[in-house]
Design a protein. Sequence first.
Lengths: 362, 303
Amino acid sequence: MRGVLRGGPSTMVRGGARWIAFGLALFLSPGCGGEGAKKDGHAGADGSAAKSGGTAPYHVGLVFDVGGLGDKSFNDAAYRGLQKAKTELGIEFEYLEPGEGSERDAALRQLASGKAQLVFGVGFLFTDDIKKVAAEYPDKKFACIDYTWQEGEPVPANLAGIKFREEEGSALVGALSALLSKSGTVGFVGGMDIPLIHKFEAGYRAGFLAEKADGKVLVNYAGVTGEAFANPAKGKELALAQIDRGADIIFHASGSTGLGVFEAARERKVLAIGVDSDQQAEAPGFILTSMVKQVDVAVFESVKSAKAGSFQGGVRVLGLKEGGVDYINDANNAQWITPEVKAKVEALRAEIIAGSFPVPSK
Amino acid sequence: METAFAFIAQVLRISVPYGLGAVGGAFSERGGVVNIALEGIFICGAFGAVWGTLATGNPWAGVFTGVLSGMLLAALHALVTVRGKADQILSGLALNLLAVGATRSLLKVMYGSASNSPRIDGLPGLPISLPAGFEAIGELLGSPFFLLAIAAVIAGQVLLFGTGFGLALRAAGDGPRALDGAGYSVGNFRVLGVLLSGFYGGLAGAWLAMEQHNFTDGMSSGRGYIALAAMIVGKWRPAAAAAACLLFGAAETLQIRIHSDKLPSQFLQMIPYLVTLIVLAGWIGRAQPPKALGDPYDREAAE
């Protein structure tokens, strides 16, 4: 490359354009991100628990999704499940945060080839890799949260795929938004533009329109790669633009990108709705509620059954009926969710569970 | 009118890190050193800013540590390329990888997660009250960091094109042999140019951190490269490069604000990059880079 730069002015310019283009290409190519170095060398071995005498404690490995530990949302919910399993079941665990675009299969293999008897992949991005790795390690158990699956598709016997009907919980917070929005316009900020996140959008819209047929839902997605779940700066600008256009409540389903949505809500004094975990603490006074996905419960239950020897492969789908999704309603949001508002949302819940209000998932 | 102001405010907000980065890039490259490490400098600046704020509780101290962190990475680049005479692009690439890896490791060690830092409060705004409809722009004009950024861009233009130091720095990139002949050290000026790019890049990173209120793994998201593209479009002149950044900022704002059910979002996501590539391809023919850009200076080498 130096040779190119040593040429006359015109070749130098072309050389300059070439490396700029190279840099841009690194960022345009999904799954590359330009940093092979992202793979986190150190496993967060948290394995001091073991107060069991004699036999080694059950060992669980977990690989986090894009956004990683500390996203206050999806990944942190999975982590809570692990911690609960550690205190209540006395297991040991270790985890990896591969970050965006690096080798998820390598992380899964690293854990499966070690002490772990059960290995989690947290996030839909793991679907293909975990299927492959589960086949390579038939004597280990695997579980994947947000497993992508088509009806009738075979699943390895040592792999449990866990899916949620996010659209159902999203419909409830959509109805809540309709009942509480003063402007009649609300916003949805999605992470990566994919069918999984479309489920949140579709449910939110359906619930909102059920209560306010003439209202408006503004929709933006942060991107088309996994990085869209870890871009708070983008989330903030998307939310600010929606607020400029009249939105006074914004629901996000975007991992740590949503932290930016909360910053926008703080700045402009509007309400935001959290996702996956109860996100009230991220912007107290500005979080209307959170559409929670019981990822922690799913992780805990999987560990429990695997440890007890009753692990079952296959796919489980958790919706409102199964308690897999819900919205937060406690002392923190009593100022908004009055008994009348709550009655209407609960009526919708009953309809969804009874099947008389079909919630679209795309 | 209100939406127009909101649009302009968003363009300005998004353009700030590009503008600072482009000015920084101009200092380094005018001195003859290609600096694609700018991307890593942004990351270091952002991390330093969050760390400094969390450690001291004072966001301005955070801005200061952010700038220092950016300059630290730049110093490595200067050491390797000017003193070590190594390939400037390879050094930049390596430093970008180093910045990502090092910040992830430090995050893990200090805050227990390789992905996210705790939240910081950010810089308080000045109390400016403006009539309804002007809030969006008023918020920005009341932001001391925004005013600082504008001042830094102007200062950069003056320093590079209005002072003897700037003249000598440009000579280091355009005719190092002449500068050497006049009795100045080419190496020293180049090191200063690279350090100044670290200063500006660190400031840009601090801006990102203060706007976002935390540090996220790899949070510069390619902004350093866009800043370099703007620098070329602005023909290695700080003021013109900052103006080019407004173009990129506008493209990004457009992408954020256009919502259509007919256009796939994948296409909208491309807009800023597409504009970058089109503008680069269209303007590049007329852009004159510094003549000795990319060449390590060797006193003994024959003409």
